[in-house]
Design a protein. Sequence first.
Length: 256
Amino acid sequence: MIQPVNAQEKSIVVSSTTSTEQSGLFGFILPIFKMKTGIDVKVVAVGTGQALDIGRRGDADVVFVHDKPAEEKFVAEGYATQRNEVMYNDFVLIGPKSDPAKISGGKDIQAAFKKIASSQAPFVSRGDKSGTHAAELRYWKDAGITIAPGTNWYKETGSGIGPALNTASAMNGYILADRATWLTFKNRGDLAILVQGDPKLFNQYGVMLVNPAKFPNVKKAEGQAFIDWLLSKNGQDVIASYQVGGEQLFFPNAKK
């Protein structure tokens, strides 16, 4: 017997970062969420800056990103009423094993950036206003380094983390990446993690319901159901259980 099509199939749009998509996290958790709630989640994966802009236009129900200052600004501007912390991982500084800037094994990201700048070794920046790009710019600023326009060793790709990593692999350049995407990245070439473990490399993810008072088309009930599940014990356990090659990619830390 042919089942009737459910005209009321519930779905939401989530604007999120490329790291949550390209790491495979959404592919892992969303079928579990749909099975529990019947709500289909359509993900628009772009840099965090673009993901927030999609929310500012009211073209998403939920925003799930990783740039805390930008997220707090989003709430302050009234585009969401609350920011919820969901999970974290960390950034890592990737570079060629030949390591012309001599940064391998270090744990100080500012010192590493200073060495890269002084050696003028190739550095690939996403240049796309993503959470990773925002973090990278903070590290340059904290290191007291200004990248002048047209600096020949500094290449901005204007792309997501996958294409940027491909560029770094082809150039044997340095690049900042989130650990989850690096662990799932296949085209590593001669690249490896060279600097990790600095507390400044902490990478927090937050989730927000786009304000339905500002955008009446926002699916408030379904969007809030997704957020509530992410923050619940079940959602947090599912996030923690996602692994690649035996390594956990994201660490849940929703406020209890």
